[in-house]
Ligand binder design. Structure first.
Ligand SMILES: Cc1ncc(COP(=O)(O)O)c(C=O)c1O
Length: 444
């Protein structure tokens, strides 16, 4: 291929890669896709494929931009650890002053290990165990968001036993449709999350009367990957009304946790305007004298990560070729779970013909759902080509499994011209070591 043809193709692919300014960490140099200053092929040679790579600069820039949008309205930012729980990713946020939103004892251990002070950690989740509640109270977390009357009883009993006052907020279910995928919708009245808004005044009063509880306020989280700000407006307006009602009844409401859910754009859809998001907080709940926080996960790390995979085989299919990759649904669950479609960039300018050609990117797992979807603009791919699934920094590695006895793949952090492995590959030999049998035990 002539130099000018390569340049023309680079320009075309470069456009694809840098559509969104937040993805400027992915650039193409002499045809090779680079993460900040490091060619992805260089990382592939060092750690093998597939692997996740994250951009430290993009994590930091995202936190800076979101904090700047909400800080004028007195809002602090707690990163939702479930989106990306690697301790080195958490440490990037913790160093900048972020709090953390956790949903398990394991996430608490990670947040603390990453250097987050306990008093900046909020414990959410619909089913905390007794041991988790005990550990949270012992660590002195900022707040436990309680999701049912039964859970409130459990927290009160454990606090009494420990001789402590537990700081609790009640998570409200405001019955608002987040206008997102059904499986990440969490605040309709048929959802398992939160306490029905109508039940809050009685439960709040009952909780406030318990000496072992300190009821600090309310929390909500209406869903994930929300692109239209309208559901936030509806939910937060409902919270303002509820807070007026509680205060009129003589209750003290100090804090309001506004949840996460900010989506990221892609596939031609614009992302939400975060300045507008900040203003909306100010308009709906800003004047109530509350300590406010948000709990974003995806928005802070989704665009900062790629999953790099290698083409194993090209298999002609009915209408479109199957491109069989070495990454699979166990590495990146989102397409199988939520019909998510991740944009893909070739790591090198393709060696095959440049024609636009339909293909399906699939993994090697024995499930028809191991399918990343249809793509039309990848040129013609050959075995050995590397591809990068973009926007894979959130709910990628954290949702991965070892299904089909596959490895947990490496995670790599890039910072400027350097990279390092922040989770090594967990292979079958390590997995087999966990299966050393214990002694047989009798029935009594
Ligand atoms: C309670 C809670 N807070 C925050 C989040 C983060 O959501 P997102 O990554 O969409 O911002 C979630 C995600 O499910 C959640 O359940």
């Amino acid at each position: 291929m002539t130099e000018s043809a390569i340049l023309a193709r680079d320009a075309m692919l470069g456009d694809t890669v840098c559509r969104d300014p937040s993805e400027e960490w992915l650039t193409r140099r002499k045809g090779a896709l680079c993460a900040e200053g490091v060619p992805l092929a260089r990382i592939a040679a060092a750690v093998g494929t597939p692997f996740y790579a994250y951009s430290a600069a993009t994590l930091r820039a995202g936190y800076g931009a979101l904090s700047a949008a909400v800080a004028p309205h007195g809002v602090s930012v707690c990163f939702a650890v479930k989106a990306n729980s690697n301790t080195h990713v958490l440490a990037e946020f913790a160093r900048l002053g972020a709090g953390m939103d956790i949903v398990s004892g394991g996430e608490m251990t990670r947040a603390l290990a990453a250097g987050t002070p306990a008093e900046r950690i909020i414990f959410s989740g619909v089913g905390k165990t007794g041991d988790e509640i005990r550990a949270a109270l012992k660590a002195g977390l900022h707040q436990i968001n309680v999701e049912s009357a039964a859970e409130l009883e459990a927290v009160a009993a454990i606090a009494r036993e420990m001789g402590l006052r537990a700081p609790v907020a009640l998570r409200v279910n405001p019955d608002v449709d987040a206008l997102t995928h059904a499986k990440i919708t969490t605040a309709r009245k048929d959802s398992k999350f939160g306490i029905a808004i109508a039940e809050i005044p009685a439960l709040y009063a009952a909780a406030a009367a318990r000496p072992e509880l300190r009821v600090v306020g309310l929390a909500l989280h209406i869903g994930s990957q929300i692109l239209d700000l309208t559901p936030f407006r509806l939910a937060w307006t409902a919270m303002a009304t509820l807070i007026h009602e509680l205060r009129a009844a003589g209750e003290k409401v100090e804090r309001l946790d506004l949840g996460g859910g900010l989506g990221i754009g892609g596939d031609g859809q614009p992302g939400p305007d975060i300045a507008e998001y900040g203003r909306l907080i100010g308009q709906t709940v800003g004047g109530l004298g509350l300590k406010l926080n948000v709990e974003p996960g995806r928005w802070l790390c989704g665009r900062a990560g790629v999953l790099v995979t290698q083409v194993l085989y090209v298999k002609p299919g009915d209408g479109a070729d199957f491109i069989i990759l070495d990454a699979a649904m166990n590495d990146l669950m989102r397409p199988a779970l939520y019909d998510a479609h991740h944009p893909v960039s070739p790591v090198h300018v393709p060696r095959g013909a440049t024609l636009r050609r339909a293909c399906r990117l699939v993994g090697p797992i024995c499930e028809s759902s191991d399918d990343f979807g249809a793509y039309h603009d990848l040129g013609s791919l050959l075995a050995g080509d590397l591809l990068a699934f973009r926007d894979a920094g959130a709910y990628g590695a954290t949702m991965s499994s070892t299904y089909n006895s596959r490895d947990l793949i490496p995670e790599v952090l890039v910072d400027g011209n350097q990279f390092r492995v922040i989770r090594r590959r967990v292979d079958i030999h390590e997995a087999l070591r966990l299966e050393q049998p214990g002694p047989w035990q009798g029935a009594d």
